[in-house]
Write a protein that binds this ligand. Structure first.
Ligand SMILES: C[S@@+](CC[C@H](N)C(=O)[O-])C[C@H]1O[C@@H](n2cnc3c(N)ncnc32)[C@H](O)[C@@H]1O
Length: 238
């Protein structure tokens, strides 16, 4: 398929996933975890996604989009046992890696959606999320590929509906152009604002930030990351 041919496929957020869904063969521990642990954590297509149904004792519900190997998800879920976390990741090997971490930490406050995050977002109740993390979404750096990016005016609108007022969308990228792309869409959104508190806060990761393999590679290759704290405020998005 040519890159342009991708334009006919559903976009990320509309059920489409342009990246890989599977990779190398899982090793035996991962296969066991996929068979035995994933069914306990997986979110199904018809599940009730209210906080009460997912995590009855959780004080809040948070979402991570594209968790990769799950380093952040496992870290934050382990450090915030009173919160419930939903992690979205279409890549099966990423899910398997996360399950190893979840198993080692005996996490019970995480639900996994093994698919396009957009399909899950639209099923969440309005104003139900206390925070959303989108760290290093697939960059699609070539001009003709940019339509594949997860961030769009449309996805911001859909995220705005499910995020409570005053909560934060944390966005990280090592691709300058993706930072600019996202800021342009945030600036024209009536639902979000980016208001840095210091001149260089976009260069600093958030407190309690575990680095990932992806981030380490970006740093090694001379692409310093950009960290944007984007606040949900303004108009209702119903
Ligand atoms: C570059 S990786 C970054 C992974 C991780 N967030 C990190 O910081 O290491 C981007 C991830 O987004 C996932 N992804 C791609 N399209 C997605 C979609 N539509 N919904 C959810 N995740 C998606 C990919 O499978 C991949 O694991």
């Amino acid at each position: 398929m040519t890159e342009e041919a991708g334009a006919d496929r559903p976009r990320p957020g509309e059920g489409g996933v342009f990246g890989r869904r599977t990779g190398r063969k899982l090793h035996s521990t991962q296969s066991v975890l996929m068979r035995e642990l994933l069914p306990r954590l997986a979110i199904g297509p018809n599940d009730d996604l209210t906080r009460d149904a997912l995590f009855p004792s959780a004080a809040e519900l948070r979402l991570e989009i594209g968790f990769g190997g799950g380093e952040h998800l496992a870290h934050h879920a382990g450090h915030r046992p009173t919160a419930g976390f939903i992690g979205c990741e279409p890549f099966r090997n990423g899910v398997a890696k996360f399950l190893e971490l979840a198993d080692a930490k005996a996490l019970t406050n995480v639900g996994i959606w093994n698919g396009d995050a957009g399909l899950l977002i639209d099923r969440l109740p309005t104003g139900s999320l206390a925070g959303v993390d989108l760290f290093y979404p697939d960059p699609w750096p070539k001009r003709r590929q940019r339509k594949r990016r997860f961030v769009s005016d449309d996805i911001l609108h859909r995220l705005a509906r499910v995020m409570a007022q005053g909560t934060m969308l944390r966005f990280a990228t090592d691709i300058d152009d993706y930072a600019g792309w996202t800021l342009a869409r945030v600036r024209r959104s009536p639902h979000f604002a980016w208001e840095p508190t210091t001149a260089d806060d976009w260069r600093q990761p958030w407190p309690d930030w575990p680095s990932t393999r992806y981030e380490a590679k970006a740093l090694r290759e001379g692409r310093p990351p950009v960290y944007l704290s984007i606040v949900r405020n303004g108009q209702s998005a119903d």
